[in-house]
Design a protein around this ligand. Structure first.
Ligand SMILES: [Zn+2]
Length: 222
């Protein structure tokens, strides 16, 4: 996903718009996905200092469901880094929800069978889109909920494992992704690469403006 960071007088806003299309795209699903991203990323109520002033960081993510015959024109003409184009389908060639062909691409093909909006996956992918890698530390025992960017296989306290009774690191003894929560430091890590004292508006990601066919093959428009 791509996004725009803007420094306003009273906050720092990270905004993105998701244009959903395809046979499985519908407003209920769109709302669930956007709610997951918004609720998780706004939860830590992170702040960030710009020019000596501490500002709240606010995530504003919206969606629209677009009919297939309108999506081509929208996509071809897009120059706005807030805009992302995501087909929701039943299956695709890589058998998982995917975002473009590289980190931060504004196009995707997601599977309706992936519990979109009911896991922490959409919010985790949004973090990747904003430039966050998986953490190097993969052992969060004794630190509470694991961070959102922790990958599968991370070690956590028993209550955050798939099976609380399992031996850490063995079957059932790793992080169940639903227990991930955004930490303040993860929000700060999004902003740190940019000099927000000089640039009040920053584009994040890439906008190849491609579409996908029903099974996830790219359709070159230009
Ligand atoms: Zn990941």
């Amino acid at each position: 996903m791509s996004a725009v960071i803007s420094v306003n007088s009273d906050n720092i806003e990270i905004s993105a718009r998701l244009f959903f299309y395809g046979a499985q795209a519908n407003p209920d699903l769109g709302q669930k996905i956007v709610d997951e991203i918004m609720v998780m990323w706004n939860a830590p109520q992170a702040t960030y200092e710009v020019k000596g002033k501490t500002l709240p960081v606010v995530f504003d993510v919206r969606f629209v469901v677009v009919e297939d015959n309108h999506i081509v024109q929208l996509c071809i003409n897009n120059r706005d880094y807030r805009n992302n184009f995501v087909r929701i389908g039943e299956k695709n060639t890589s058998e998982r929800s995917m975002m473009g062909f590289g980190l931060g691409h504004n196009v995707g093909h997601w599977l309706s069978t992936d519990n979109l909006g009911e896991s922490t996956t959409a919010a985790h992918e949004f973090g990747h889109a904003l430039g966050l890698p998986h953490p190097e530390n993969l052992d969060y025992r004794g630190t509470g909920h694991p961070p959102l960017m922790a990958p599968r296989g991370t070690l956590v306290d028993p209550e955050f494992q798939w099976d609380a009774a399992a031996v850490p690191g063995e079957f059932g003894g790793t992080m169940k992704p639903i227990y991930r929560k955004v930490r303040k430091e993860e929000v700060e890590a999004i902003l740190q690469p940019f000099d927000l004292n000089k640039n009040r508006r920053v584009n994040v990601g890439k906008i190849p403006n491609l579409l996908f066919d029903e099974i996830g093959n790219p359709v070159q428009l230009i």
